[in-house]
Design a protein around this ligand. Structure first.
Ligand code: GAL
Length: 673
């Protein structure tokens, strides 16, 4: 075992492959931050307890497991939470059909309730048997210990990384800090996103954009779907000039309405793309939808990035939605490239499938970094060591419960996931889905199939015939209020992201991450923590009530009524269309801003600070320009909100950022009824 950083060890077994997630890592390990975590003096698993062998199938590793030990992680898992006793082959896929391990973001990283994490540094489709199988006994009365069996196909060896705790959260923090820290979105990225009708032309798009402003519905990001390309499957990366005769002017028009423009695309390069010829020799030997698949570990990265910089970033585009970079196995006509594909760098199709998401994200992020602009984008695939990448995973194919389970699981692997809203079965379903989106890393309405926003008509066919709901004004009002709630959370969420960036604490976390000594939490896959002090319990359409478990040794206040609840118990709450159960941890200060319709360069948030409990811990607002990387050079403030029961509220601003982004208007001491 070789120490690589504070509390992190590497074990090289056999001869690993050249290209792995860690080999592609660009950001430095955040050593100074790791040093601040509780020290760990020896690896969480002894080398002598680890078995390894190379077989004709690849290689096999066995790690000891305790009888009681529970396992979480493996990236964005949709269909299970606690992985103990399960078998997972983690493989990138766009439409997982069962709980086998297929997902948009299969991360070969897990954490254990014993307080450690293990990363298997490979781009292969690894299988984990999480204590599900036992070896034959050598003697009839011998007892075999449970083990974690890990099979990595095709390889002669692999590096394992061990991340110490002592808590599960510390292990995740170490993994994220090892990756280079979490991403820091711009302020506007935390606002509301709307993706417009895929068949929209300039007039329709502009009409939608104007609608939000005239109806005073908050919206920051305006996204175009495939129809903006002159050829979209595969992509030409050029505007369809019949629909959008003057794209540069349109972007300026949208900017004038204070929108940030985001463009849909995928990576498959159509022959009409201006850089097709140039990128051809740096692409794989199979095509997808008639488009080349670039190998972004080669020159292809620069060709693709330069084109995007010149034609989009410099024209005012502030982000992209990187679609279809996962894989297709279950469709009647699988659309992606086969695993046998050969790429110029020597990578094969299996490795490329695992890595395409992160390689693509890096390519796009590089142009924003070059211009010192922060972006927040979407990607449909990711993998290990991805926390620094400013991308949120998405897909529109899931039922609401599976969206939530994925959200709850995402933090175990330091990932961000957006439970996006596409359409709904009823007004109630739409509201429930939007409520979840409001309390997630990215609030996204993906209306690519609809001529009108879904709250005017949630039924796609009627929507596209312009038959609006009779009570659409009511629904519109409810949605406006929900988006306003999102806007009021921006300073709180931004500070949660600062903790992700600096301390490796994911903004969305499952309960066991924070309360690992409460084993009741190991089964809770429909509640999660958002930021430091909120516990969210989503409701699903049709539910008359729901149970909420509050962790042991904690006290909570209902976000809406301020009623106080002791933890260690399950409560039943009646469903209410307007509100989902949300709880604020006793001992917190919650900053809530006056909601704005959008964020601008000079936005200053007017904040009320809510005091929950007698002696709350201070809340630290992260203050900077909200759109560049100047904070990395120290240009930021920590705005400390401090409550003293005798003296009241105090604001201490430390740092060198000259502007004020937060004005504290009022301190409100919450009284339980
Ligand atoms: C899907 C994607 C959707 C939407 C659609 C457009 O693959 O997940 O969100 O963008 O493509 O064709």
């Amino acid at each position: 075992m070789e120490p690589v950083a504070s509390g992190i060890w590497k074990l090289r077994l056999g001869t690993p492959e050249r290209v792995t997630p860690v080999s592609l890592k660009e950001k430095e390990i955040l050593n100074d931050r790791l040093e601040k975590l509780p020290p760990a003096h020896s690896p969480p698993i002894c080398e002598g307890e680890i078995q390894f062998k190379v077989t004709r199938r690849g290689c096999v590793i066995e790690l000891p497991l305790d009888e009681e030990e529970q396992i979480f992680g493996f990236g964005l898992q949709f269909y299970s939470f606690n992985q103990r006793g399960l078998k997972k082959q983690i493989r990138v896929n766009s439409d997982p059909v069962a709980d086998t391990g297929d997902t948009h973001a299969p991360v070969p990283f897990y954490i254990s309730t014993r307080g450690y994490g293990v990363l298997v540094d490979t781009a292969r489709y690894v299988t984990f048997y999480c204590g599900s199988h036992t070896r034959s006994r050598l003697k009839p009365d011998a007892i075999e210990r449970p083990t974690m069996i890990i099979e990595v196909p095709h390889v002669q060896g692999v590096d394992l990384y061990f991340f110490s705790g002592p808590t599960m959260l510390n292990a995740v923090q170490r993994y994220v800090l090892f990756s280079g820290g979490g991403c820091m979105p711009p302020f506007w990225g935390l606002g509301v996103w709307y993706r417009t009708y895929a068949l929209a032309d300039y007039n329709v798009a502009y009409k939608h954009a104007s609608y939000f402003r005239s109806a005073h519905i908050p919206c920051d990001v305006f996204g175009f779907e495939p129809g903006w390309h002159s050829h979209c499957y595969s992509c030409s990366y050029q505007w369809d000039l019949k629909k959008f005769p003057n794209p540069d002017q349109m972007i300026r028009d949208l900017n004038k309405l204070s929108y940030k423009v985001n463009l849909w695309e995928h990576v498959f390069v159509h022959p009409t793309a201006p850089f097709w010829q140039e990128i051809r020799i740096f692409s794989g030997n199979y095509e997808v939808w008639g488009g080349l698949v670039p190998d972004f570990t080669t020159e292809a990265q620069k060709i693709f990035a330069d084109y995007h910089e010149k034609n989009f970033l410099l024209k005012g585009v502030l982000g992209f939605k990187l679609d279809e970079c996962d894989n297709s196995d279950y469709r009647p006509q699988p659309w992606s490239f086969p695993e046998v594909t050969e790429f110029p760098s020597g990578i094969d199709g299996e490795q490329m499938h695992s890595l395409l998401g992160i390689l693509y994200q890096r390519t796009i992020w590089s142009i924003f970094l070059k211009h010192n602009k922060r972006t927040f984008c979407q990607a449909r695939s990711s993998h290990a060591i991805a926390a620094p990448l400013p991308f949120v995973l998405y897909s529109d194919l899931y039922n609401h419960r599976d969206y939530i389970r994925a959200l709850v699981n995402s933090g175990f692997s330091g990932l961000l996931w957006s439970p996006e809203v596409r359409h709904a079965d009823s007004a109630e379903d739409l509201v429930r889905r939007i409520q979840t989106a409001v309390f997630s890393p990215l609030t996204l309405i993906n209306a690519f199939q609809m001529k009108n926003p879904p709250w005017l008509q949630y039924d796609i066919e009627k929507n596209n015939e312009d038959i609006l709901l009779e009570n659409y004004k009511e629904l519109e009002h409810t949605v406006r209020r929900l988006f306003e709630l999102r806007m009021s959370l921006i300073p709180y969420l931004y500070s949660a992201f600062a903790r992700y960036y600096f301390e490796g604490i994911p903004p969305v976390r499952a309960l066991p991450l924070e309360y690992s000594d409460d084993s009741e939490t190991y089964r809770i896959d429909d509640e999660y923590l958002l930021g430091d002090s909120l516990l969210i319990a989503p409701l699903f359409a049709g539910q008359q009530s729901r149970k909420v478990y509050l962790p042991k040794n904690t006290t909570w206040y209902c976000f809406w009524t301020y009623r106080r609840y002791e933890g260690g118990r399950t409560y039943e709450f009646k469903a209410d269309l307007e509100r989902i159960p949300i709880f604020v941890l006793e001992g917190s200060l919650l900053p809530l801003a006056k909601p704005l319709e959008f964020i601008e360069r000079n936005t200053c948030f007017e904040i009320n600070a809510y005091v929950f409990g007698e002696k709350p811990t201070k809340f630290i607002l992260f203050e900077d320009d909200g759109e560049t990387y100047n904070f990395e050079k120290g240009l930021y403030n920590l705005v400390k909100l401090i409550w003293d029961p005798e003296k009241g509220g105090e604001v201490i601003r430390e740092g060198s950022y000259p502007e004020t982004k937060y004005k504290i208007i009022e301190w409100k001491q919450v009284k339980s009824p």
